[in-house]
Design a protein around this ligand. Structure first.
Ligand SMILES: Cc1cc2nc3c(=O)[nH]c(=O)nc-3n(C[C@H](O)[C@H](O)[C@H](O)COP(=O)(O)O)c2cc1C
Length: 170
């Protein structure tokens, strides 16, 4: 699958088969995150791969969706904000860095036949409690990971390019 094909056909998957994710695939996906670019190459990220069913189920109070905790794996994308690069005017880029790594993982997973779904609407304090994440670390996003148990068409509805692309100036 070429990159454009992956971008075009990836969809958020909210139903997963029980079949576990092979360790080699999980390692490859995490490697895709590790190789992602970050501002000033600061790499202010950590990733937690949760495969243990008991631990996954404990995440239910953090994000109350069965399809999420029932997926065979969950990847939790964390940031260490103090390690991130900031612009001179104080704009921080750690969220951008972790988001890039997350989306790189999402596309790598799709290439390997695995489904994902960005999840942001969780209770961060609960995730941190369950996974023993240190105080100074932020949890930016999570995704379930597994073989899809639902079929979706290519590309959810998007704005037309005329609405969002500007040539030479706004
Ligand atoms: C930053 C971000 C946060 C998201 N958070 C959630 C979430 O908490 N729960 C959820 O079900 N989907 C979440 N999504 C998935 C979006 O709803 C989905 O990407 C969007 O509707 C487009 O559909 P598609 O991914 O199938 O193309 C999130 C997506 C992004 C990029």
């Amino acid at each position: 699958m070429d990159v454009f094909e992956a971008v075009r056909t990836r969809r958020s998957i909210r139903k997963y088969q029980e079949k576990p994710v092979e360790t080699e695939k999980l390692v490859k996906i995490l490697e895709a995150a590790r190789l992602s670019p970050s501002a000033n190459n600061n790499q202010p990220w950590h990733f937690i791969a949760v495969t243990d069913e008991t631990v996954r189920k404990k995440l239910l109070p953090a994000y109350g969706r069965d399809w999420f905790v029932n997926a065979p794996a969950i990847i939790v994308a964390c940031a260490e904000p103090s390690k991130g690069w900031s612009r001179q005017d104080g704009e921080d880029y750690w969220k951008v860095d972790v988001a890039i790594a997350m989306q790189t993982m999402v596309l790598a997973a799709h290439e390997l036949g695995l489904g994902t779904c960005w999840v942001a609407a969780f209770k961060e304090d609960k995730v941190k409690e369950v996974l023993g994440i240190p105080e100074e670390i932020r949890v930016l996003a999570m995704t379930p990971l597994g073989y899809p148990a639902e079929q979706k068409g290519s590309v959810a509805e998007r704005k037309q390019k005329e609405e969002i692309v500007h040539l030479d100036r706004w």
